[in-house]
Each structure stands twice: as C-alpha cells, then as structure tokens.
Design a protein around this ligand. Structure first.
Ligand code: SOE
Length: 398
C-alpha cells in the first residue's frame, strides 16, 4: 500500500537575471530542499529578464515555471514570496527596495550596490520592513571549510588574531582583446576587481574575525585602459579609439590594500583579474597567537590548521578534509571523503535563507553587513585616489 507524502508549504521564488549568477542561484534553489530538511519547499516560480526569447530559454534550462520581462511585474505577483536579484550592481538598489516595500523577502548578489549611498538606502528599506528577510549574497561564507574556520576562531583555537591575509585571483582579463563587458564599466559595475572580487574577501575577513575593518590604505590600477567594444555595442567615446572599435575601461583592474581591525589585527588584501593561470583562487591565511589556518577555494574541501599548542616534535600544518558529518553543512551530503564544490555554497545560502524566513530572523550577511562592505570598498577607492597616502620612492637603478 502506498501512503502519500504531505507536501511542504511553497516559498515562491522570483529571480531577476539569468546569466552565470542566475544559473548558479537556480541550482541552489533547485537543490536545497533535496539535500536538507527545510520548512518550505522553494518553488522556482518566475524568472525575469528583458529579452523574451532569452528569458524563456533560460527558464526552460534552469527549471523556472514562468517568465517575466519587467521586474516591476515580478515583484507584485502574489505567488512570489522572495525576490532573488542576480543583475549587475546598477539595478540592485531599485529592485531590492521596491521588492522589500512590496512585502517580499530579498536575496541580493554581491556587492550589495554600486555606492555607499545606494547600499544605505537598501539597508534602510530592510530596516523599515522588519518582517521581511534581506540577505546579501556573499556565498563563500557557506563553504563548509570557511564556516569551520569561523567556528575554530570563535572557539578561541587561534587565540588573539594577528594577521589576516587574503587574495582573490582570477585571470580572465589577461588578454587585452577581451571585450569591454559591463563588468568593466563603472556606471554598471560600480568598480572592477575591487567590488567583484575584493568585496568577497572583505566580507570573509570580517566574517572570520567577527570584527569590522577600522581603516584601510590602498593602491588600485588599470592595466588595460581600452578594450574592444562587444559586438553590437555602440561606442561611447568620440575620436579615433572609438573609430577603431575601442571603448574605455572605467574601473580598476586590480586592487591591493591593507587594513586594521579594532582588536589590532592587521589585514592585507589583493583582488585581481590579471593573475595569469589563477582561475578562481581565493586564498587566505589567518595567524593567531595560538595557531593558524589556511584555505584555497580551488581546493575547497580542505582547511589547513596549525595548532601552536602541539608538541614541537609533532607540530606542522595539518590538512583537515572538511567532509565529516559534523562539519558545517555536511549533514545534508555524502559520506566522508566525497567532496563538495562551488555550487554547494549557493545551496547552503538558499538553505539558510529559507530557514531564516521560517524563523523570522534576519540572516547573516544582512543588508547592514553588505553596507559595511560597501563602506570598506569606498574607503579603498578614496585611499587609492589620494597620492598623499602613497609615498613614492626615489628612482634607483639596480
Ligand atoms: C566574476 O569574476 C565572478 O563570477 C564573481 O562575480 C563571483 O562573485 C565569484 O563567485 C566568481 O567570479
């Protein structure tokens, strides 16, 4: 005899955007309730994009039940409970604020906005809608090894922290012929490697230490100032470069900065898309008075731990394979040794957000956390723009 399984209440998801982030968020929504026991079943109710044909194709591929071509229609639908924003940064604030004010929960991709002003308006909208959940999409917090790193630091296994060293290295802009996409335009993306990659490592540094950065000093640069316009794009610059089909890169290509935490710990950061050979290398090391931790996103199931209290003869970095059932998030997955990947950070993000909706508790990272990252991004840009902070050295021939 068969007995029916009681259906769980649906949480209707409406997603705006369907490129890389849209695809990986879709994967998160599709999988979360398959891996974890959740209070709601996320339902991929509608996906939104401006081009009718492309959004239909994306809906079919990613498993969405319907399409919209205007986000304003999406956020007023009764069958949508949560709006997931996967668009370029220039539209985050408008969509997120309208969605919150329309009574929807919101997940917004990082960085939260393109300016502190917009991020503050978003945090204000979250504050005036306390019954609605608003989360910023810093997904790497939910890599099990990084959640474990946070747990070890919180438990005092590293003691007082001295150094936090982070780098996020990619190489997809090495070729000067790579076209001028929206990520290279300030009005669309806000900033370059800084906002795209630097925002992740700023968030992680604050997440791992549990402290906000107290100040920064920075250098940024643009290695390739002009790039070919993407096919079909019209030129925005007069004169010969535009005639040659080139357009101006208006964001940074790389950012280097240092910072200080209120506790006195020092931090260093590097964000670049010119690290030839590095595809998605988010690396970090934390040194404390009692021990150290290292992590590399390209080996994301591993955390290396140096326990300074071990006898000298046995000391050394120990590789923890983060696949045990009592490691963070691993209760939902495979037996020990059967590792997870990039996409699972988005599954965990969806899981925690669904749980937060059920609990009526603001999740972390909140829009306030996103605003704090935005403040750091702005401080980095301000420092980088001030020659007085950078002390030039006399030329010296080697
Ligand atoms: C771009 O380089 C990018 O897709 C980022 O925007 C994401 O946040 C990161 O997860 C991977 O790289």
């Amino acid at each position: 005899m068969t007995s029916p399984v009681a259906p769980k209440p649906h949480l209707g998801i409406g997603m705006v955007g369907y490129a890389f982030m849209g695809a990986v968020h879709s994967q998160g929504w599709r999988t979360a309730a398959r891996a974890f026991d959740l209070p709601y079943e996320p339902h991929l109710t509608a996906i939104c994009g401006r081009d009718t044909e492309s959004v239909r194709t994306a809906a079919g591929k990613m498993g969405w039940a319907s399409t919209e071509t205007d986000w304003r229609s999406l956020i007023t639908r009764d069958d949508i409970d949560l709006v997931d924003i996967c668009t370029p940064g220039d539209s985050h604030a408008e969509i997120a604020i309208a969605a919150l004010d329309a009574g929807k929960h919101v997940l917004c991709e990082k960085p939260l906005a393109n300016s502190v002003k917009d991020a503050r308006k978003m945090a204000d909208a979250a504050a005036r809608n306390p019954g609605r959940i608003a989360m910023a999409g810093f997904n790497y917090r939910r890599a099990p090894a990084l959640s474990l790193a946070r747990r070890l630091i919180e438990d005092g296994r590293l003691g007082a922290l001295r150094h936090v060293r982070l780098a996020y290295l990619q190489d997809w802009l090495v070729d000067p012929e790579f076209p001028l996409t929206w990520r290279l335009r300030r009005e669309r993306a806000g900033s370059g490697a800084l906002g795209d990659l630097g925002s992740h490592i700023i968030d992680l540094a604050q997440f791992l230490t549990g402290e906000p950065l107290a100040g920064v000093t920075a250098l940024t640069t643009r290695f390739v100032p002009r790039r070919p316009l993407p096919s079909g794009a019209s030129s925005d610059a007069a004169g010969s470069p535009a005639a040659r089909g080139l357009g101006e890169v208006t964001v940074d290509d790389a950012a280097l900065f240092t910072g200080r935490f209120p506790s006195g710990a020092l931090a260093s950061f590097e964000a670049t898309r010119f690290a030839n050979g590095r595809k998605n290398a988010l690396r970090l090391e934390v040194n404390g008075e009692r021990g150290s931790l290292t992590f590399d996103l390209e080996r994301l199931n591993e955390l290396h731990f140096y326990d300074g209290s071990a006898p000298a003869a046995e000391s050394g970095f120990r590789r923890i394979l983060v696949t045990e059932p009592d490691h963070p998030y691993l209760e939902g997955w495979w037996p020990p040794g059967h590792g997870l990947g990039y996409e699972h950070t988005f599954v965990h993000q969806a899981r925690d957000l669904i749980q937060a909706v059920a609990d009526g508790a603001q999740p972390s990272p909140s829009f306030d956390d996103g605003l704090q990252v935005q403040r750091v991004l702005a401080a980095v840009e301000e420092s980088a723009s001030k020659d007085s902070i950078y002390i030039p050295l006399p030329l010296y021939s080697l």
